[in-house]
Ligand binder design. Sequence first.
Ligand code: F1P
Length: 348
Amino acid sequence: MTIASNYTYQEIISQPIAWAQALEMSKSIKDEINQLGAAHPNIRLQFTGCGSTYYLSLIAASLFQEITGHGARAFPASELVFYPNTLYEVDTPTMLVAISRSGTTSETIAAVRQFREKEQGPVVAITNYGDSPLSDLADLTLAIPAGQEKSVAQTRSFSSMFVTVLSLAAQFSRRSDLLDAMEKLPGLGEKVIHACLPQAKSVGENLELDRFYFLGSGPRYGLACEANLKMKEMTLTHSEPFHFLEFRHGPMSMVTGTAMVIGLLSDNNRAQEQAVLDEMRLLGGQILSLGESDADISLDSSLPVQIRDVLYLPPLQLMAYYRSMAKGLNPDQPHNLKAVVKLDLESI
Ligand code: F1P
């Protein structure tokens, strides 16, 4: 298979166009977002989704709480459906933010429907399909059609919805400084893609590696989860995500000369995070670091930390893409997987 004969590569490298659309769309409905924020000053946020969009929910909850000061959490949609009493906070006004590329995943629809039936609060949908069952159930839909994909594994869709989350948080808290800085994201995305390509290719094409560990803390834990999923879906390789310092508590037993440990470094806790990577190198593992500066792959964004994390994605997606190609797989069509999981959940 050649680069020209699959969609994944094009979807990865074109993602900054979808980021620009996400920013434009959020601006176009800023009054609605501001009204929602003003009408619910103390509301807590519950993010949900499935697979990639659950991992995006983890990132979203972390960044939303940091940017807005509103309490925010994330759970898989199926868990909200099965265990609502253990997950929703009692007597607490809650806004459900449901994230779904397709807007049709059964578990996500079921979680929103259940939330609606119990009249728990407003629902916001973030999706790439504005005309979908999910948006029919939402009070406000943030749709980014430019993030739609032909491939099964989410790349452009994921990052377009990520930028939408950032924009929602900044609008919600009227952080015009962050909104202004976000305008730079599409251009920086282009720059990162161009700069990281050779290194992503060389890691991706190294078939001596047989396992990948992605380490990230705070909002970057959700990124580590998403990178691990890309590796599984596109390349059928053993991979796992961990919070940085958790890796010492057992998982490091799995480090061998053919293990690649990829660290998504922060600014604030960098010394402690780098120490984990250094120790894994001493144990014989292969190490790769991503960070704002002085890392193996540096973002060099100069953006505020709260809105920078989406830039870690292209190198991670490209590594999975090149590994898939090197293994002779079809990156567009992961083994056993469809773009949408449809279940009969009517009986719940
Ligand atoms: C979610 C999802 C993806 C996964 C696969 C199946 O879909 O689980 O995360 O990679 O494509 O669907 P959606 O609700 O975001 O459309």
